[in-house]
Design a protein around this ligand. Structure first.
Ligand SMILES: Cc1cc2nc3c(=O)[nH]c(=O)nc-3n(C[C@H](O)[C@H](O)[C@H](O)COP(=O)(O)O)c2cc1C
Length: 205
């Protein structure tokens, strides 16, 4: 089952996106369990940040990113950098093979694990509770998921974590890509069959 079919089976409906697929207030009309709360994220400030060349110079891993909470604007910019809609035709900040967009991004936060909804620029809770100690205790751990057998999946995930690494350099955040943590929530996320978390990225201040 591909992701579009899989998502079509879900009951959560969010208000249509505005310009560039980003809305300030997405309306949630969830008929799923209490876990499926949907929160809109602030629009990313597209005029913020350091010049790209400075970000490239400053990108680096910090193996122990801090645990201080990220504000919603930072979280929104982080997720948008990874997997956001950047054009009116619904295409993304990263390229995908044949524009199939077969990937998903989750954020492990203090109040649960949330799936990023790119079209709505919102997050939807998929797991309750603070799971961060099961990873490395960073403020936010991003999980990049895709079909395991897709030969292009690693390219897509690599594009995501590189965008996030550059955003972190731009915003003065610490981050580290960690393959060792990718199975931490194995079997607990609502992934389509044969999808898996292929990489994680811990982010903090
Ligand atoms: C595919 C990949 C997997 C990685 N897995 C881990 C990991 O499991 N644990 C960890 O601490 N760092 C991991 N890293 C971070 C690397 O150790 C780090 O990027 C490397 O030391 C180079 O440092 P730099 O990112 O500052 O250039 C990984 C990096 C990549 C690209």
């Amino acid at each position: 089952m591909d992701r579009r079919t899989f998502l079509g089976t879900g009951a959560a409906v969010v208000a249509a996106a505005g310009i560039l697929g980003i809305v300030e207030t997405a309306q949630a009309a969830s008929t799923e369990s209490a876990n499926s709360e949907i929160k809109p994220l602030p629009k990313p400030d597209l005029n913020s940040g350091k010049p790209l060349m400075t970000c490239l110079k400053e990108r680096q891993a910090n193996h122990s990113p801090g645990s201080g909470e990220l504000d919603q604007a930072t979280l929104g910019a982080l997720l948008w950098s990874a997997w956001g809609v950047n054009r009116e035709d619904g295409k993304r900040v990263i390229p995908t093979a044949r524009n199939r967009q077969e990937a998903a991004v989750y954020a492990v936060l203090s109040d649960g694990v949330w799936e990023y909804l790119p079209k709505e620029h919102a997050i939807k809770r998929v797991l309750a509770g603070d799971q961060r100690a099961r990873f490395d205790g960073a403020a936010c751990i991003l999980l990049f998921a895709a079909p395991e057998k897709d030969r292009f999946a690693a390219f897509h995930v690599g594009s995501m974590y590189q965008n996030v690494g550059l955003y972190c350099a731009s915003a003065g955040l610490q981050n580290c890509v960690k393959a060792q943590l990718r199975d931490t929530l194995k079997g607990e996320l609502p992934l389509p069959p044969e999808w898996a978390v292929l990489m994680t990225q811990s982010v903090g201040r």
